[in-house]
Design a protein around this ligand. Sequence first.
Ligand SMILES: *Cc1c(COP(=O)(O)O)cnc(C)c1O
Length: 486
Amino acid sequence: MNQDNLIYEKSRPGRIGIALSDTDSPADAIDRLIPKQFLRPQPAQLPEVSESALMRHYVELSVRNHHIDKGFYPLGSCTMKYNPKINDVAASLPGFSRLHPMVPDNQAQGALRLMYDLAAMLSEITGFAGATLQPVAGAHCELTGLLIIRAALLKRGNFRKKIIIPDSAHGTNPASVILSGFDVAQVRSNENGTISADEVARVADENTAGIMITNPNTLGLFEPEIEAIAKIIHDVGGLLYMDGANLNALMGQAKPAEMGFDMVHFNLHKTLSTPHGGGGPGAGALAVTEELLPFLPSPVVGKKGDDFFLDNDRPDSIGRMHSFYGNFGNMVRAYTYISHLGPKGIKAVSENAVLNANYLMSLLKGTYSLPHDTVCQHEFVLSGEWQKKKGVRTSDIAKRLLDFGVHAPTVYFPLVVNEAIMIEPTETESRETLDRFAEIMIQIDREIDENPEMVKSAPHTTPVRRLDEVRATKELNICYRPNIEA
Ligand SMILES: *Cc1c(COP(=O)(O)O)cnc(C)c1O
């Protein structure tokens, strides 16, 4: 309706969005308190708009993009579950949101207790002895965990360089290995899409520092030989890192510590329902065995009598991984989510996540190729190879989905599946949503036979059409015009 896109274009001189009462202070009273070198020579060029224009501007922007509050978002491996608003209510409580990170411990007892209790809850869910909440992403946890492996090996006086990673791993895994100074040794998945203990035994040796495994793996399959793999790695003196981005399938069902892992990370922004994907900052948590507790980043929250305190006196710690304590607001959200669900609710989360994935998989498997046709965990991976034979690529299918108001699944990952379409519905979607999504996917397959151009030229209804994706990431230009090709 309105052709002006930028808030600056909507600006009209003198228009104002707030009503302040008159004051008897002179207008330049504050200016006189600020040293001259900190004052602007000219007033800032701020847009002048009414409150209603401002509101409409941002609401309109929010509906141009796709987000979890607007529609289905089955982005595999990303766990785009609905984020309950009660989490935000708790995080906005002034005692949390306005607490200065440098207040003394005795004035932050509530916040410290929340961190202490959250670390205990995450340890309970995974079977470990303790956890750090400091990292601010899954990849950041990987780096933290690898530095802990390094510190533990050095302490044992037996440092080595090789970290084993399966070929289905998330790209952050090898990147973190390189960043922390280790070398990557790859193991290939077997024909079932999982890792064989025999294959690990072939690669593991006295130069092996550890292995990094996602379980269930990125194909949505549980690693059935994990205990044998753990034994092989421990026997050569290495440690096991579990990439826990996929914990949504396991909570209340199985504990990584009991599978033989030495540490696991959580993505609070995936599994524990804190906003992400353009919706907010990430947050990680890394839970570890008793042996590895001394190496956790400092500070950790300790408890003496009834008092909570920040413990910095930890000589074996790998040091700080982030300023202050990490992204505290996300900890409040995760804590709220776990406490309002309780143990039964947390167990139901993973049961329903797995049920939803298997239901959707069964609806789609005749229409799209399913390379690993077996019961899945929280996600499954289709292949667009049948459609590609008819001249339509998986990326075309992904673009066509946008026309139906659905975010595309993860595509072309994991790399072990050709034309991969990785679907993770999560537990927060209703049967009606899953049925509707399956109908849309089946309709797109029909269009590929009847009107392939419709799919190949999609999307047709989004504010922008096909962008030059490489240029769009290299030359970010947010001042776009709707419906103009890039
Ligand atoms: C999301 C994800 C990561 C990385 O997490 P970030 O918070 O994005 O850094 C790592 N591994 C897997 C399997 C993931 O899905």
